[in-house]
Design a protein around this ligand. Structure first.
Ligand code: GLA
Length: 378
């Protein structure tokens, strides 16, 4: 008997996934800890359609030339130099093939509006939109956790960025007017209320335009130091040391750099859980001091801020922000501040003036609200 005909492939599948800001919980994800990201109303749209040739074509509205790679050649290390940007998309297709699915020829067309290199997870938005669009187009029937896993595999193993998974989790599971409490050991997520409008507050983002790069060595160095500290303390990850155990842990670590790195992660986990507690009980206005303490910890203990970022935080606090901190991987990128809407406008202008005074690149400020995670278009 003839086998039933394959269902026809849809003409195309179009999905959008957001970038994120992390409210608090920085460099905790690869320590099996806690973070509290929200999706922003900027993202990436991926449209996947079939091709008759056995190739993967990646086209982006933000790039000059398309990249084409034969399916047989699809493996890490094949897209470098000017073609490297396409690796975030091709990596997802590769991760699908690695799971034993046969890939037909495909075209992936991308269009994103997350500022690039700003630490707002333009790469996770790209990966997650591609994962969802490929899943749909190829009728793989993956659940959301599997989409996160594909996106992470693309980033870690295909592109080679040793990141911790928060960004992809946020891009897939985020919800409107909620932040997502992520337990990075179990990958459990809990949406927690974060209705800025109802609280009469604004979350201002300042893109400092100080360059930010996660594939260079600094991020990996921080990660290695944390792993070394956990090893010396005899725990699986720094997540396993709480605030109560901090003094003893510090006594046992042999050098000041390791002590500082560990102190950041251990106190940051605590601040993140405290922040989630306040938000669960409707006390959004009271989280400010936790945000600012997080910044100080990143500046003094984790040492991942840069002068532009510190200046932006200082100016925003002077302009009445309830709290302000760098968000994301660090070494540049964005600052967030919780402010009254009128203050936010004045604060953004003040940061601009302060940057001009120091001869820094012109920063860009915009408010964000918590947006939805990955979704189908049309
Ligand atoms: C980047 C990484 C995340 C996380 C943050 C720091 O955004 O992609 O995995 O480690 O830095 O919190």
């Amino acid at each position: 008997m003839a086998s039933p005909p394959m269902p026809p492939m849809p003409v195309e599948s179009s999905w959008r996934a957001p970038g994120r800001v992390n409210l608090i919980g920085e460099h905790t994800d690869y320590n099996d800890g806690f973070c509290l990201p929200l999706a922003i109303p900027y993202g990436c749209t991926a449209t996947v359609s079939p091709l008759s040739e056995p190739v993967l074509e990646v086209v982006s509205a933000q790039q000059e030339a398309p990249v084409e790679i034969a399916l047989a050649e699809l493996r890490p290390g094949r897209l470098t130099g000017a073609d490297a940007w396409a690796g975030y998309a091709a990596g997802v297709a590769w991760a699908i093939a690695e799971r034993g699915h046969r890939l037909p020829g495909l075209s992936i067309s991308l269009d994103g509006d997350v500022p690039l290199g700003a630490g707002l997870s333009s790469s996770a938005a790209l990966e997650c939109s591609v994962a969802a669009a490929l899943d749909d187009q190829l009728a793989l029937g993956l659940d959301r956790s599997e989409l996160v896993a594909l996106a992470r595999q693309a980033e870690n193993d295909f592109v080679g960025a040793p990141t911790g998974g928060m960004d992809q989790l946020a891009s897939v599971f985020a919800e409107r007017d909620r932040v997502l409490l992520c337990d990075m050991r179990t990958l459990a997520v809990e949406p927690v209320p974060f209705d800025l409008d109802a609280a009469g507050l604004s979350l201002l983002v300042i893109d400092t335009r100080a360059p930010h790069q996660l594939t260079d060595g600094s991020y990996g160095e921080r990660r290695a130091a944390c792993e070394e500290a956990a090893r010396l303390l005899g725990v699986p990850a720094l997540r396993d040391v709480d605030l109560e155990g901090l003094p003893e842990a510090l006594d046992r670590l042999p050098d000041e750099t390791l002590r500082k790195r560990a102190r950041h992660v251990i106190t940051e986990n605590d601040r993140t859980l405290a922040c989630a507690d306040l938000l669960r009980t409707g006390q959004l206005r009271r989280i400010g001091p936790l945000l600012t303490a997080s910044h100080e910890s990143m500046r003094d203990d984790f040492e991942i801020t840069v002068p532009e970022v510190d200046l932006a935080v200082e100016v925003l606090l002077a302009f009445g922000a309830a709290g302000a901190r760098m968000t994301g991987g660090g070494f540049g990128g964005c600052v967030i501040a919780l402010m009254e809407p009128a203050q936010a406008r004045a604060g953004a202008l003040a940061v601009q003036a302060a940057f001009a005074g120091r001869g820094y690149a012109e920063p860009v400020g915009f408010p964000v609200t918590a947006a939805a995670g990955v979704h189908r278009l049309g």
